[in-house]
Design a protein around this ligand. Sequence first.
Ligand SMILES: *Cc1c(COP(=O)(O)O)cnc(C)c1O
Length: 455
Amino acid sequence: MTLDRERLIELDRSVVWHAFTQMAEYEPLIIERADGCVLVDIDGREYIDGVSSLWCNIHGHRHPRLDEAVRRQLDRVAHVTSLGCSNPTTIELAARLVEIAPAGLNHVFFSDDGATAVEVALKMAFQYWRQCSRPRPEKTCYVALGDAYHGDTLGAVSVGGVERFHAMFEPLLFPSLRLPAPKAGPGACLATADESCREHLDRLEKVFAEHHHRIAAMIIEPLMQCAAGMVRHPPGYLRGVRELTRRYEILLIADEVAVGFGRTGKMFACEHENVAPDLMCLAKGITAGYLPLAATLTTDEVYSAFLGRYEESKTFFHGHTYGGNPLGAAVALANLDLFESEQTVAKIQPRIAQLADRLMGVERLEHVGSVRQCGLIAGVELMLDPAAGIPFPWEQRVGGRVCDAVRRHGVWLRPLGNVIVIMPPLCISADQLDRVVDAIEVGISESVHQICSRE
Ligand SMILES: *Cc1c(COP(=O)(O)O)cnc(C)c1O
């Protein structure tokens, strides 16, 4: 069946229900093919993929080595269950992940996306305290940061705190202890960042001191809370959280779903502060943006609490049909090979510097409140009155309108409210990165002027 253009658009509007999209106002954008960092729609129009097809593409689309890895696996087997069964590709991936992960994360539980990797971590932490050598079954609560986003399933939403996404589901959620996120702030001098860091760690310690007996784990998105609107933590905060969670016997869950796989300028964000969490969640970039696959890594200490005779019921009763799928594992392995052979992390350092340089220009634009960057992740916050700290009302959909304008200049972006997100594939060229920022500059001046003069 080949559908013509009009029929595709009609069906996309009426039958497909898109994620995080008001369908009554949806304007179809139908991507037919892609190559490297460029997406091509059904009308042949080209767009630079400025947000890595939602933060997951690493080496570009249709990379010959990644395509080949999927094809080769297809010649063996497309799917093998992980319920009491295995396959060579998935085993090899587990071993490779342990090799590159922060020290001590020696066991890998596979699932299929970021939210499930988080659910797994939360449930593992809970069950761990019931079965560890000195059981502490009263430890059932989680600590999370304000505006945190850890996925859209109910457990992940319970530790999330993005008001616009999560408030509606409040009656369905379990309670968590939430602390405001520390903010490094735009251009904050080191002294202010230091102060903010200490203040937030003191606050965290107070919560731990009072409640540690009932806290199972703290979950954190290291360095940069992405979906929160690109909230950058001050240096030293993650390190401090690791020390406090150790001191108060609280497991630390690092959600590296967005920041993992090179995006912050190191393979994993935890490496910047030399931190090894007790549980680490990986997804998005794990397959270089090819297939759904996720992993929750943990320590010998956590893993061993689940060992015992069958009748002891210490088993982790959790699984997903496609967890550890061999096609996903094959492309994930090829992804890791490319990180090595192409020296991806070293190669992006000049792009990170280039982005920082260009963002200084963006920060000077009218209605830009602040600019926040961590590696090849950046957020540009638009404000009605930056000097007075007055935001644009969210109802005006200013971020969305700027991205519509940016799209007319050949760059595809998806904003977070009034924050324009820049998160390109790590293989983006210097020229393409310039074109992304150029389009944003033009898009901001075009659309913000229009909005301010009309409303
Ligand atoms: C995207 C994201 C998730 C959820 O991942 P999905 O694959 O969309 O379920 C979880 N945590 C963080 C930090 C994310 O950015």
